[in-house]
Design a protein around this ligand. Structure first.
Ligand code: GLN
Length: 285
């Protein structure tokens, strides 16, 4: 028998690779997951009996955390927009900034009166954007593409678990024209990190998350936005929305690209840290 709060403190102390506040947050997630207790139960100094199997899982998880592996890969689970998504190292861990991108699409559709909105997510990864939109927007028809078979497998599993009906397509926006059209919304969170930025990246991200989803090919920070704006110009319906997540350093450049491709009402939206994070525009006639 162990006291749950004492066990919590023990785990916090064992997680040496994070500062204390982060370690507390992670230890709670871990204990909730492994012991199947809520955080209220954990912190209420409950007497608990952990099995040798659970002890081994906790020990292994702490070792992996101390090798800077993200907790979401260890638990194979990440939260996004109030839902739990399965994640593996083949997909980026969903980020809170990306929830804003989902909201941008939802708000646009709320302001329109489309009976069955057609939505495309380019580079879907875990599927978090497409699946959230499928769940939040009534009668939406969702399409989601990726160039990674592994990512598409993760996204499909998430769609099944969360009851979302999505057409997944294996497609490279850099190499092929879009096979579908008449969209009301196109969203994307493409890779946007340049080589120069590698030095400043946390090793949790750099050493564990998929480089295919993070780094731009040819070190060209606009490569995806050029292809996306060009394809969206023909694949969107009149007054359809194009909204993309961006590298905060290239807000003006991406906005200019949108304008050059004939998009109107182009706006750069900041994230909660005050950094340029989303560019959006609507297709004009
Ligand atoms: N926001 C992610 C990061 O900074 C990058 C996401 C992306 O490249 N699309 O780690």
């Amino acid at each position: 028998m162990k006291n749950s709060k004492a066990l919590f403190q023990e785990i916090v102390n064992d997680i040496t690779e994070y500062d204390r506040e982060e370690a507390q947050y992670i230890a709670l997630l871990l204990l909730e997951h492994v012991l199947g207790l809520t955080r209220t139960q954990l912190l209420a100094e409950k007497q608990i009996e952990s099995t040798p199997g659970q002890e081994a899982l906790l020990k292994e998880a702490v070792e992996r955390l101390n090798r800077q592996e993200p907790i979401q890969y260890i638990l194979k689970e990440a939260s996004f927009f109030g839902r739990k998504f399965m994640v593996s190292p083949s997909v980026l861990i969903p980020r809170p900034e990306t929830e804003e991108l989902v909201l941008t699409a939802i708000n646009h559709l709320k302001s329109k009166d489309v009976a069955t909105p057609r939505i495309l997510d380019i580079g879907t990864g875990s599927g978090c954007i497409a699946i959230t939109l499928a769940c939040e927007v009534s009668n939406a028809q969702l399409y989601a593409s990726d160039i990674s078979h592994e990512a598409l497998a993760v996204a499909k599993e998430n769609a099944t678990t969360l009851g979302a009906n999505i057409d997944f397509i294996y497609h490279s926006i850099l190499k092929q024209p879009l096979p579908y059209a008449f969209f009301d919304v196109i969203v994307s969170n493409p890779p946007y990190i340049t080589e120069m930025e590698q030095a400043e990246m946390s090793s949790h991200v750099l050493n564990h998350e998929p480089h295919l989803a993070l780094f731009v090919p040819d070190d060209d920070p606009l490569i995806f936005y050029r292809a996306i704006a060009r394809e969206a110009k023909t694949a969107l319906r009149y007054e359809g929305l194009l909204a993309v997540e961006i590298n905060w350093q290239f807000g003006k450049e991406v906005a200019l690209l949108f304008e050059q491709n004939g998009f109107a009402k182009v706006e750069i939206v900041k994230d909660i840290s005050g950094k340029d994070r989303i560019v959006k525009g609507v297709k004009e006639l």
